[in-house]
Design a protein around this ligand. Structure first.
Ligand SMILES: NC(=O)C1=CN([C@@H]2O[C@H](COP(=O)(O)OP(=O)(O)OC[C@H]3O[C@@H](n4cnc5c(N)ncnc54)[C@H](OP(=O)(O)O)[C@@H]3O)[C@@H](O)[C@H]2O)C=CC1
Ligand SMILES: O=C(CO)COP(=O)(O)O
Length: 342
C-alpha cells in the first residue's frame, strides 16, 4: 500500500518507520531544511533521535507530491491538532485519511471528525489512537492501537497499513468516543503530573524522612485517574459516544499510560507546573506539543455547554491560567463535598 505521513514530529516519524517495513511510505515535513537534515542523517534528530530511518522511507517537503503519492492509498495526518483543519482542506475529494492528533480544536472546540465534516466532507476519514509513546513504537516495542471510523473499510485499511507482530491495530466504529478519550486523557495527565510533582517536591525537601509527607501520594494518583475516567465518560456520553469505548485502548488505556508514564509530554507539563515553573518556559523546555494545554479550556467549555460536571478539568484550566496554585488545586479536588460515586 502507498502511505503518506503528513507531519514529521515524533509520532508521525515513529509510525512511518514501522509502516515502511511493509509498505511504500513517504514522510512529509513542511520544513525543507528539516527534510534535508533527515535525508543526510537518516534520523529525525529534532523529534525522534532514538530511531534510524529505514532506507526505504521516502522523505519530502513537497506537500502536493506527498498527497499524490498516496492518492489511491492512505494519508496519515500527523501534525498537532492546530494544523488538522488546514491539512484536511488540502486533500482532494475522495482521499482516504486518518489523523493521529488528540485534542479539541482551540477556538471552535471541535473534535477532528467534526472539523472534517465542516472542512472536508468529501473525504473518507478516521482516527488512529490508543496508548502509544512514539519512542517505544519507533523501537518496535509491543503496542496496541485503535483505528476508528464511521467507514468500516477505512478502519480495516488502517489495520492493513499498520498491524504487525509488534503493533496490534483494533478497529472501532465509535470515532466520537475514541476522540473524546484521546483529548481528555491529556488534560488528566496534566492533573496527575501536578499531584505527582507535589509529592516528588515534598520528598526532595525531606518531608518523608520527617514522617510528615503532607502531599498527594499514590492514593491521590489513583483517585485522580479514576475520577478522570468518570469525567471523560460523562463528556463522551453527552457527545454521543459509547460507554464501552472508554473502557478500551483509547479511553482507560491511554489515560493510564499518559497519566503515569514519564515519556508523556502532558504529564511532564503537570510535573513542571508543580515546581511553579511558568507555562511558557515549560512549553519551551518540552520542545514538543502538549495538546492538553490547548484542549483543556475547550474540554471545559464543551462540558459546560452540555451541563457536564468536570471538576478536574476545571482545576487544570485554573492552574494553566494562573488563577490557582498547583497545591491549592489538588486540595480543592480532594476536599470536595462527599457524594455518591456514580
Ligand atoms: N508523540 C507521541 O507519542 C504521540 C503523539 N500523538 C499526537 O500526535 C500529534 C503530533 O504529536 P507529535 O508528533 O508527538 O508532535 P511533535 O511535537 O513531536 O511534532 C510536531 C510536528 O508537527 C509539525 N507541525 C506543527 N505545526 C504544523 C503545521 N501547521 N503544518 C504542518 N506541520 C506542522 C512540526 O513541524 P515543525 O518542526 O515544522 O514545527 C512537527 O514536525 C499530537 O496531537 C499528539 O497528541 C498521539 C499519540 C502518540
Ligand atoms: O498520546 C500519547 C500516548 O498515547 C502521547 O502523550 P503525550 O502527548 O502526553 O506525550
Amino acid at each position: 500500500m502507498k502511505i503518506s505521513v503528513l507531519g514529521a514530529g515524533a509520532w508521525g516519524t515513529a509510525l512511518a518507520i514501522q509502516a515502511a517495513e511493509r509498505h511504500e511510505v513517504l514522510l512529509w515535513a513542511r520544513d525543507a531544511d528539516a527534510v534535508a537534515a533527515m535525508r543526510a542523517a537518516r534520523r529525525n534528530e529534532r523529534y525522534l533521535p532514538e530511531a534510524a530511518l529505514p532506507a526505504a522511507l521516502q522523505l519530502s517537503a513537497d506537500l502536493a507530491a506527498a498527497i499524490a503519492h498516496a492518492r489511491e492509498g492512505l494519508i496519515i495526518i500527523a501534525t498537532p491538532m492546530a494544523a488538522l483543519r488546514g491539512m484536511l482542506a488540502a486533500l482532494p475529494a475522495g482521499a482516504r485519511c486518518l489523523w493521529l492528533c488528540k485534542g479539541f480544536e482551540a477556538g471552535t472546540g471541535l473534535l477532528g471528525h467534526e472539523i472534517a465534516r465542516e472542512a472536508a466532507p468529501a473525504l473518507t476519514v478516521g482516527i488512529l489512537s490508543g496508548p502509544s509513546f512514539a519512542q517505544e513504537v519507533a523501537l518496535g516495542q509491543p503496542t496496541a492501537l485503535v483505528a476508528a471510523s464511521f467507514d468500516a473499510a477505512l478502519a480495516q485499511a488502517a489495520v492493513e497499513a499498520f498491524h504487525s507482530e509488534r503493533l496490534r491495530v483494533y478497529t472501532s466504529a465509535d470515532p466520537v468516543g475514541v476522540e473524546v478519550g484521546g483529548a481528555v486523557k491529556n488534560v488528566m495527565a496534566i492533573a496527575v503530573g501536578i499531584a505527582d510533582g507535589l509529592r516528588l517536591a515534598a520528598e526532595a525537601r525531606g518531608d518523608a524522612a520527617q514522617n510528615r509527607l503532607n502531599a498527594p501520594g499514590l492514593n491521590a494518583r489513583a483517585a485522580l485517574i479514576t475520577r478522570g475516567l468518570a469525567e471523560m465518560l460523562r463528556l463522551g456520553l453527552a457527545l454521543g459516544a459509547r460507554t464501552e469505548t472508554f473502557m478500551g485502548l483509547s479511553g482507560m488505556g491511554d489515560l493510564v499510560l499518559t497519566a503515569t508514564g514519564d515519556l508523556s509530554r502532558n504529564r511532564r507539563v503537570g510535573l513542571m507546573l508543580a515546581q511553579d515553573l511558568a507555562l511558557a518556559d515549560i512549553l519551551r523546555q518540552l520542545g514538543h506539543v502538549a495538546e492538553g494545554v490547548y484542549s483543556a479550556p475547550t474540554v471545559l467549555k464543551r462540558a459546560q455547554d452540555r451541563g457536564v460536571d468536570m471538576p478536574i478539568t476545571a482545576a487544570v484550566v485554573a492552574v494553566l491560567e494562573g488563577r490557582l496554585g498547583p497545591a491549592a488545586a489538588v486540595d480543592l479536588l480532594m476536599g470536595r463535598q462527599a457524594r455518591s460515586e456514580h
